[in-house]
Design a protein. Sequence first.
Lengths: 459, 459
Amino acid sequence: MPASVSEYVESNRARLLDELKDFLRIPSISTLPEHAGDVGRAAEFVAQSLRDAGLENVEVIPTERHPLVYADWLRAGEGKPTVLCYGHYDVQPPDPLELWHTPPFEPTERDGNLYARGSADDKGQMYMHVKAVEALRASLGEIPLNLKFLIEGEEEIGGASITKYVAENPEKLKADVALVSDTALYAEGIPTLCIGLRGLVYTEIEATGPMRDLHSGLYGGAAPNAVFGLVELLGKLKNADGVVQVPGFYDDVAEPAAAEKASWTSLPFSEAEFLAKEVGSSALTGEADRTVLERVWSRPTLEVHGIAGGFTGAGAKTVIPASATAKVSMRLVPNQNPEKVVAAYTKFVEESAPAGIRVKVRVLSAGEPLLVDPDHPAIQVAAEVFGAKMGKPTVFTRSGGSIPIVGDFARHLKIPTILMGFGLPDDGLHSPNEKYKIENYFLGISTIAEFFTQYGTRS
Amino acid sequence: MPASVSEYVESNRARLLDELKDFLRIPSISTLPEHAGDVGRAAEFVAQSLRDAGLENVEVIPTERHPLVYADWLRAGEGKPTVLCYGHYDVQPPDPLELWHTPPFEPTERDGNLYARGSADDKGQMYMHVKAVEALRASLGEIPLNLKFLIEGEEEIGGASITKYVAENPEKLKADVALVSDTALYAEGIPTLCIGLRGLVYTEIEATGPMRDLHSGLYGGAAPNAVFGLVELLGKLKNADGVVQVPGFYDDVAEPAAAEKASWTSLPFSEAEFLAKEVGSSALTGEADRTVLERVWSRPTLEVHGIAGGFTGAGAKTVIPASATAKVSMRLVPNQNPEKVVAAYTKFVEESAPAGIRVKVRVLSAGEPLLVDPDHPAIQVAAEVFGAKMGKPTVFTRSGGSIPIVGDFARHLKIPTILMGFGLPDDGLHSPNEKYKIENYFLGISTIAEFFTQYGTRS
């Protein structure tokens, strides 16, 4: 038996990485119906890996769409705390495919990174939890606390099934704290716990103009154009300074405490580097009176993710398009309420339709923003372990992203969530050439194992 | 030998229609590279039909893209006038396919109409010229004037090859007047000659934001969004009242003469019917201080024909898109100059790019607007023949569409063009379920034959 988790990880590096690669080869793209079978295969892979790690009561739970995977280890007994480990095995679509240097579902090692869709978000990170259990059992022979695993396959499409499941099974999922690894270190080498997340309202707007595509010569100048109508409408949603124009949108927005804002300004951040290396455009946008971290962490936004309408093939076609659609989302911050925002947004969109244009709004998902108390004992232990492992004090940050499940855990299980992620800011989540630093995968396994040990033995 | 063209047409209806159907079955979509072979087949079909009608010196002329077809009949001799017959055998793409009631390339008779892509624009109409020659030779045994035919396969994609050919072959194409049937009657039963056409500048705008698609949670609020940037940019091109915002755009616009405007107001026109039956939306748009006919016939416009960018599949993907493109055209009126408009437009687009967004403008084609003198002798004969055939005085109108070749004939051959079209306003050019009234096909054959006869014998 290896003397420590670190030793176990060290002597099993190749296998631990190969198993992750097998997981990443499954194109479990939850939003594309043609990949439903792959999503199912990924769920089975997760279930089997939980069994192999020694977890018990492993279940693949069918839902209306993609299965949940549950497992537990309750042998530490009632005197010990219980951690609910969450992750997701589904991934974003890989398009545009032509921008990938190596195929998205053929994991490739390059420069100390593992390139694959899902390597950081979230397969590579959720798999660390499983491997931490394996490593603990193999090296220490025991796990000094109780564990429950709940892994979903719909995170990238709104997570409807897990939300329902959590709401309906609070007893089964009873725990003291949840652990999620689906975020990033603030920067390479900085242990980071994320204590705030934005909420997300995702919608589709469909605009309809004439009853059919019209000849732009014969009708141009008098007939409404669905694409231009949608363009006009979208232009009303946000001004050039990045300020959302939906009435009342900012009413409930909570400003971060002065101390939190101050801690953000002490973090290393170069706007020039962020612009050049991460964004790669000629200028940043958004609310000019806010720092970039404020804009991304503590300010709500509105984005258009995609738009399509009319003739978009090669060459020229002179039509006045009959219809056009856009995908539009809003990121919300504490204390905005998704339902209230949806209502105000829908009303504004409907009222803002240009003459001759009918609009229809579909709400695809609506998740709440979240803040976690950094003084919770589990978070204190996590911060200490994390800092000790990396040799630096842990920083508390927020993320502009959305992990709706954290809100579900708070609402239905009344527990806080530790967001202990090992990604890096340039991992390229949702982008071509997503990657995960290989060392961080191993660091994550041993850090999480150490957290389980410390939180279990100290309680 | 039949006693008249009308008798010949009457006794050959079924065959004349069947031959047109064969022509319409060829999916000669000039803008789609995968249909290049079909475009070539259509050219051969035209050449063979010209030979069959008795025309001479038939040539299929290769170009950089799709072939031209030439033929002539010069046996009337130098004392007689020469008419240059023009038409095009290429068609628009049929999409959206799902809106067609019967397949676009399987011509179908329904309610007295022939439904097919190209039935009215322009195969069904150009074919009348060929069949008029056939009918004249079969019934009268002679053609009392000289004819040249020049038929192209690039009309729907800007007509670059024919423009070059006309410029380089003024002697070969020498004629007194050109005849084009690619327009519509003002309304069912009203003989109409179109004497004005709008010009067309067709462009593509490409907007680029971040160097790759970004996660909208992690970057939303600070990173430029190529789709929203393009939306902002397009919104600056035209205001909500339909007024184009490019500086200097209206500087050279010529107002129609008071008499011409007055004649338009005397035409039967119901705005309510136009809105309900042709456009099919809840309201018209455009310059409110102009009548609908003015807006479409004598005012320049700007339209967005299509837009694409970001994620547009089913479901949700939370990206900030890296790039987006739009197809944008402007219709021009006398005396606007396409080159001048292109320069002002390109400058305005480049200067209007939002922060962080790079834009690139590609000009796909640029054609001039045109006005024809209604007092030209050939046009007077055409008006008289047309009126006599239909039992009503011929009206002079304009069209909002663009037939760039008419400008080429004016510039390089110094001849006017008779725009004698037999379409109807609801033919659905460029739209699903394009149709051509079957009776108008036969009416066109005999009217054109009668025009040839009268113009030839009177000169």
